[in-house]
Design a protein around this ligand. Structure first.
Ligand code: AMP
Ligand code: ZN
Length: 151
């Protein structure tokens, strides 16, 4: 997709809005979140405007993961008390996505930092229920994309 003139992350990547970058590469960039959930909260963003996971090629997804790993290493070294890292990606408004240019949150974790994921209490399903669900989901799986379809 071409850059979206209304997209804040496209503006940042084009240099038309300010951001504090950790790095810019050919396919992805990493910059600090302006409303950090924790100090050092970084966003890894594809340079190309893709709204969500469905438009992310395996190649671009690989670049995002590799960039996220680099950021994670920097957080572990550069953020005092950082002893772990969370990746978080919201795909769709109901999942918490507010900026519709796909991005990976990279969060430095420290003991008692107050961050957490609220998990609903779901009854653990039986093996039969798990098998039935896996069967249903297998019929919904898209075919794997060919490695040649690189972008
Ligand atoms: P999400 O809710 O997963 O779509 O995350 C969007 C993130 O983008 C939020 O954590 C925002 O704080 C962050 N954000 C929004 N505008 C900017 C901006 N101009 N610079 C840096 N981060 C931003
Ligand atoms: Zn965009």
């Amino acid at each position: 997709m071409p850059p979206n003139p209304d997209c804040i992350f496209c503006k940042i990547i084009a240099g038309r809005a300010e951001a504090s970058f950790l790095f810019r590469e050919a396919k992805v960039a990493a910059f600090l979140d302006v409303f950090p959930w924790l100090p050092g909260h970084t966003l890894v963003v594809p340079r190309r405007h893709v709204t969500g996971l469905a438009e992310l090629t395996p190649d671009l997804g690989g670049h995002m993961l590799a960039a996220g790993r680099r950021v994670a290493a920097a957080l572990r070294l550069g953020i005092p008390g950082c002893e772990g890292v969370n990746f978080f990606l919201a795909d769709g408004a109901v999942a918490g996505q507010t900026v519709f240019h796909c991005h990976l949150h990279v969060l430095p974790r420290a003991a008692a930092d107050g961050f957490g994921i609220r998990r609903p209490a779901v009854r653990p399903p039986s093996r039969e229920e798990l098998e039935a669900q896996a069967t249903r989901l297998r019929t919904s799986l898209p075919a794997p994309r060919r490695a040649a379809a690189r972008r």
